[in-house]
Design a binder for this molecule. Structure first.
Ligand code: HEC
Length: 122
């Protein structure tokens, strides 16, 4: 029976390995974070560093630096006002400790909208 020469067999195995690698890189590529994940992630919103969120049992924090994010729809009848606060807190209070997430491009517009949607439901 014809035997495939070793170098060609090795090259074939290499190709198969590379294809598998490329596939796994693709499968494990960056996945879009949800609004809650973006709010909690300390490299993204990091809201829990300063705000508690008493209505979300998953929001574990011991902070009391900033007002608890709760009853947001009643306190912010206009979503645009909430968006503006997260976009640039220094507009409402010049010496705010809160990072201006939109103005300083800490969050992209898409990420900011997801965070605001999430917070608006608290
Ligand atoms: C470094 C601390 C800090 C971080 C991080 C932070 N905030 Fe704030 N935030 C504050 C402080 C302090 C205030 C109170 C008003 C002020 O001083 O600007 C505030 C106010 C607010 C308000 C207005 C609350 C009210 O009751 O009127 C909202 C809404 C808000 N933050 C949302 C967020 C969201 C959403 C995130 C995460 C994306 C976040 N904050 C991250 C410190 C922070």
């Amino acid at each position: 029976m014809y035997q495939i020469p070793t170098p060609i067999r090795a090259a074939g195995a290499c190709l198969i390995l590379m294809a598998g690698f490329a596939q796994s890189v693709h499968a494990n590529g960056p996945k879009a974070l949800t609004g809650q994940e973006l709010a909690f992630d300390n490299r993204k919103g990091n809201c829990l560093a300063c705000h508690s969120m008493p209505s979300d049992a998953q929001a574990v924090t011991s902070t009391d630096i900033a007002p608890p994010l709760v009853s947001m729809k009643e306190r912010f009848p206009e979503r645009a006002k909430l968006y503006a606060q997260v976009w640039d807190a220094t507009k409402a209070k010049a010496d705010s400790l809160m990072p201006p997430f939109g103005k300083h491009r800490i969050l992209s517009d898409d990420e900011l909208n997801k965070v605001v949607d999430y917070v608006y439901g608290l």
